[in-house]
Design a protein around this ligand. Structure first.
Ligand code: HEC
Length: 296
């Protein structure tokens, strides 16, 4: 194999390994970043909704119930209602965000958990120390990230409506019935808040960034490859090639070819200078040898 072949196969091998390693790490990294960003947005949303819930149960509800008996107004003191209202507003601007509040024994049947949601609630119930669960599930339009927090009855205020129909505001009992959403206890984990965000757009963006990054890297490698080859030709191959040709001629006895004209201090220039000296010595030796044989 010629010098260029060896050099280029080495370059291709090194570039290939470099590209492969960069592709692997950057792909992981970009996708993890995309997911982490979605996750942290979901956490912010979760906290926002939680604040609205707390505000409703601590500030709004107790004051309302003393003075109001209008059902519509009483709804404002219900944390789940406050959560729904906040989400409605958020979804106007960010329609892709979803939020659900589920309970195993729900007041409103729309909060009855699906199988996967019930699993999450039960996981929270069996491990009280667990404060968060997140994961990725396949939705109808692609992967969805979900973030779940347990709903624990922390305030006695919750029990004003979730203990028994007799203790609850009659308007709400009339609206929701007297069977479900009661019998909850303090410190009990009754359900979960679940925020969902589709991952397809962030993943698409991450993939787009990945393609741009790898394209740029490949471009840099190609330019480097061409530059290195040009340098190899100019600095080594063409000079050593010319020298080899001349050496070949000298070895065949053709001493009239002239000398190398290599200037500079690099190894090839040194080699050509040595070669020139060697050729001169040979010419001198031949002359002496010729005289001796001619005169003898
Ligand atoms: C003023 C009465 C009232 C208070 C106080 C109240 N809730 Fe509720 N809660 C309701 C009603 C009514 C619903 C159903 C709302 C709907 O239609 O979405 C509900 C819904 C829920 C849900 C959704 C599942 C379901 O039952 O439909 C959860 C979880 C929940 N409440 C937890 C709590 C917690 C925790 C507190 C205390 C921080 C609390 N609630 C305080 C009346 C109340």
């Amino acid at each position: 194999m010629k010098l260029r072949g060896k050099f280029n196969s080495m370059l291709v091998l090194v570039f290939g390994l470099g590209l492969g390693a960069s592709a692997y790490t950057s792909y992981q990294h970009l996708n993890e970043n995309a997911r982490d960003e979605v996750l942290s947005n979901a956490r912010v949303l979760m906290e926002t909704i939680l604040s609205a819930r707390t505000w409703a149960v601590n500030e709004v509800g107790p004051n309302l119930r003393e003075t109001e008996d209008d059902e519509e107004v009483l709804m404002m003191g219900i944390p789940a209602y406050a959560a729904d209202k906040v989400m409605e507003a958020v979804q106007k601007r960010y329609p892709e965000y979803g939020y659900r509040e589920v309970a195993l024994n729900p007041t409103n049947d729309k909060h009855r958990p699906a199988d996967w949601e019930a699993k999450i609630v039960n996981a929270f119930r069996s491990d009280v120390a667990k404060t968060e669960e997140w994961g990725i599930r396949q939705g109808p339009k692609g992967p969805i990230l979900y973030l779940a927090h347990p709903i624990e009855i922390k305030q006695a205020g919750c029990l004003a409506c979730h203990t028994s129909p007799e203790k609850s505001p009659p308007q709400l009992v009339a609206k929701y019935g007297a069977t479900n959403g009661y019998g909850w206890k303090l410190k009990e984990i009754v359900g979960a808040q679940i925020v969902t965000v589709p991952l397809s757009v962030p993943i698409e963006n991450a993939n787009h960034m990945f393609v741009t990054f790898m394209g740029t890297l490949t471009g840099i490698f190609v330019i480097l490859f061409i530059l290195l080859n040009m340098m190899l030709t100019a600095l080594v191959i063409s000079r050593v090639g010319a020298m080899a040709k001349l050496a070949d001629e000298v070895s065949k006895g053709n001493l009239e070819m002239g000398e190398f004209n290599e200037k500079g201090t690099d190894e090839v220039a040194q080699l050509s200078a040595s070669f020139n000296r060697m050729r001169r010595s040979i010419v001198k030796a031949m002359k002496i040898f010729g005289k001796q044989t001619g005169g003898g």
